[in-house]
Ligand binder design. Structure first.
Ligand code: A2P
Length: 269
């Protein structure tokens, strides 16, 4: 039975769709929440990929792309979502409760994967808003730490409260019995706000261009010899960061042609 707000529909689950059970929901702000669902045994994905998810509340359910926020070894699947008041999916999805059913198409895909980057020393994961989701997956994957010595995760939001998911993720790494030791001292979380006053402010684009972030981190800057970059957030942010890193000699990679940076739009529904 779906909870009242996500009324169940006489719905036959199509062959290429999993129907999974919600196990946890966490609301961070009026506009952000995360949830975890059961993981189908046969479901495989690479950390950083996205899937299409929906609700069994209509004859033809609305599906939206969601980056998987949990690592590929996790027994559950986690997502981090925005709440859009009149969004065709998120206006309903934000009301889910443990025990409800979420639909998930069986195929995961995406470009924010380790396979799309050539080897290097340091990985920058640059995100705004819910764009942090694929990095929540990758920063909990041991393979990331096999491939890179250091990880810098940047997360920029308008307000301080919106940074909570990233802070929790970062604190959770230290406490994690499986990957705590492996990740210790190797991940830096660089959170900034752009509207609400906070200890660290500014768009990531400005902080890169004026060198503020590098001064804060005590490093020289972005170097295509030693660094790789993954970018996930709004379209405007992607385009601006892409321009900045291309001007510094970085080349966009893909699954077929690994290179020094990759981008993915954060999905809103
Ligand atoms: P700003 O507040 O200056 O617009 P949104 O909530 O609109 O998706 O934005 C999430 C975060 O991304 C905000 O902090 C926002 O800053 C920032 N942002 C939006 N556009 C860009 C851009 N073109 N380059 C860098 N950061 C951006």
């Amino acid at each position: 039975m779906q909870s009242a707000d996500v009324a169940s529909y006489a719905f036959a689950v199509p062959a290429n769709v999993y129907a999974e059970t919600v196990v946890q929901v966490r609301h961070y702000t009026d506009t952000l929440f995360s949830f975890r669902i059961t993981r189908p045994q046969a479901f495989r994905f690479r950390s950083g990929e996205f899937v299409m998810i929906g609700l069994p509340n209509a004859e033809k359910p609305v599906f939206r792309a969601y980056s998987i926020a949990s690592p590929s070894w996790d027994e559950e699947i986690e997502f981090f979502s925005i709440k859009v008041p009149d969004g065709p999916l998120t206006s309903h999805l934000q009301k889910i409760r443990p025990g409800d059913t979420v639909l998930m198409r069986q195929k995961a895909t995406g470009t924010l994967v380790l396979d799309a980057l050539t080897p290097a020393k340091r990985l920058f994961m640059i995100s705004t808003g819910t764009g942090i989701a694929p990095f929540a997956s990758l920063s909990r994957d041991p393979e990331t730490f096999e491939k890179f010595e250091q990880i810098v995760l940047t997360h920029t939001c308008r307000d301080h409260a919106e940074l909570a998911y990233g802070v929790e993720l970062f604190e959770g790494l230290k406490a994690d019995p499986l990957i705590g030791e492996l990740t210790e001292g190797r991940v830096t979380l660089y959170s900034t706000t752009t509207r609400e006053a906070s200890p660290r402010m500014g768009r990531i684009t400005r902080l890169i261009e004026d060198g503020h972030i590098f001064a804060d981190l005590g490093i020289n800057g972005l170097d295509p010899e030693t660094d790789r970059i993954m970018i996930c957030g709004s379209m405007a942010m992607l385009n601006d960061v892409k321009q900045i890193v291309e001007a510094r000699g970085f080349e966009e990679g893909s699954n077929n042609k690994p290179a020094s940076f990759v981008v993915e739009r954060a999905f809103v529904g």
